[in-house]
Each structure stands twice: as C-alpha cells, then as structure tokens.
Design a protein around this ligand. Sequence first.
Ligand SMILES: NC(=O)c1ccc[n+]([C@@H]2O[C@H](COP(=O)([O-])OP(=O)(O)OC[C@H]3O[C@@H](n4cnc5c(N)ncnc54)[C@H](OP(=O)(O)O)[C@@H]3O)[C@@H](O)[C@H]2O)c1
Length: 213
Amino acid sequence: MRIKVLGGTGYAGSHIVREAVARGHQVTSYSRSLPEAPVEGAVYRTGNVLDDAFLTEAVADTDAVFEALSPRGELEGKLEGVRDRLIPLAAKAGVRLGILAGASSLHVAPGGPRLLDVRPPAPEIRGEVMTGVTLLETLRDSPEELDWFAVSPAASFGAWVPGEATGAYRVSQDVLLVDENGDSKISGADLALAVVDELEAPAHRRRRFHVAY
Ligand SMILES: NC(=O)c1ccc[n+]([C@@H]2O[C@H](COP(=O)([O-])OP(=O)(O)OC[C@H]3O[C@@H](n4cnc5c(N)ncnc54)[C@H](OP(=O)(O)O)[C@@H]3O)[C@@H](O)[C@H]2O)c1
C-alpha cells in the first residue's frame, strides 16, 4: 500500500512509519523537520500542515493517510482546523483516513463514565485531551463517503513511557482495557502493529477502536 503519515517523525508516527516500511509498504512522512534517525526506505517530506498546499499533497496519490500530529506547540488550538480540512480532502480523494485519538473518551466500563469524567486531566493537558474528544464527534459527523478510523491508545502511552515491542495487543471498541495489574498501557511499537494491521485489513470502518495490553 501507499501510506502517508502526518507527523511521521513524532513518537507515535515514527513507530507507524517503521512498522509499515518493515512490512513492505510505500511510506511517506510529513513533518516540519527531518528526523534525527530516519527509517531507511521511508520518504520524508517537510512542510507545515497549516499550509494548504502541503496538506493537499499529503492526501494525494495514496491509499491511506494516517494522522499522528499532536495539538502541541504551533498546533495547539489549531489541530481541529487541520482535521476539518483533512476530512473533505480525504473524502474527495477516496483515501482511507486514520487518526490517533486519545484515551480519555474511553468508558471505564460498558455503559459507564468516561475516563475523562472519573480522572479529570491536569489543567496543562486538558486542551490536548479535549482535542481528542472533539475529534470523535467530528469524525462521526463526517460525510458518509469518508472511510475513517480512529485509534485510542492506552492511558499510559507516549515518549515518556515508550515500553517495549511485545508483538501482542488487545483491542476493544470504546471500553478501556487494563492489564492484570489494573494498568492501561501500550508501547509505541505495539500500537504501530495495531495501526498497520488495521490499514492492511480494515476491521473498523467509520469507528474508533482502542489498543492496549
Ligand atoms: N494516552 C493518550 O491518549 C495519548 C498519549 C500520547 C499521545 N496521544 C495523542 O497521539 C497523538 C500523537 O502524539 P505524539 O506524542 O506521538 O506526538 P509528537 O511526538 O509530538 O509528534 C508530533 C508530530 O507532528 C509533527 N508536527 C507538529 N506540528 C506540525 C506542523 N505544523 N506541520 C507538520 N508537522 C507537524 C512533528 O514534527 P515536526 O515538529 O518536525 O513538525 C511530529 O512528527 C496526539 O494527538 C496526542 O494527543 C494520546
């Protein structure tokens, strides 16, 4: 497949680029700067997703786009607008669109409250958390012809808790998964397995799914 990864040099994005290249896909990453440790075989394009021409290029000539940008720094308060633009571009091009969401909108039990409600985010990350929550509403309201999926990682996921590649993961729809110790965790490498598995064999069309141990 031809796969484009927006934010393919970030924590999540670089794991996805690495996994997709390892499986023989043609992968192009989009970010403002080049990575310190590029994945051999991947193509790196530099530019700003706030530039419409760059975003349009990222959705052209591909089978799938995976968006792994983060609403931090320059994109704080602006990632919603990038997604509002990405959705019609992908729908028009007939390109499958995957987006990395957050864990906070997951329910802690079937029919139960959301993680966000039982464990309110610290003020400094509330904006990022709410961007993830809004994303699901935006995708659910998107044009019927858009083939989208969203992935919510475990609550403990990120560059500060990289974990290890175990080759295993579990999937649920909207309910938070916890391991035998009651922890919600997934490594970057194992999250990437789940994303590339979904790209290769779509099992969640126009749905969010959750990946954890
Ligand atoms: N447990 C959870 O729910 C959880 C935990 C962690 C992350 N997340 C979510 O996962 C997503 C990815 O997070 P992450 O930690 O992997 O992000 P990250 O490491 O900060 O990576 C962000 C990527 O976006 C690129 N980027 C940033 N601004 C850009 C711009 N204006 N134009 C083009 N590229 C730009 C960055 O490269 P350049 O800087 O070179 O442009 C980088 O490749 C986020 O939506 C985050 O909220 C969820």
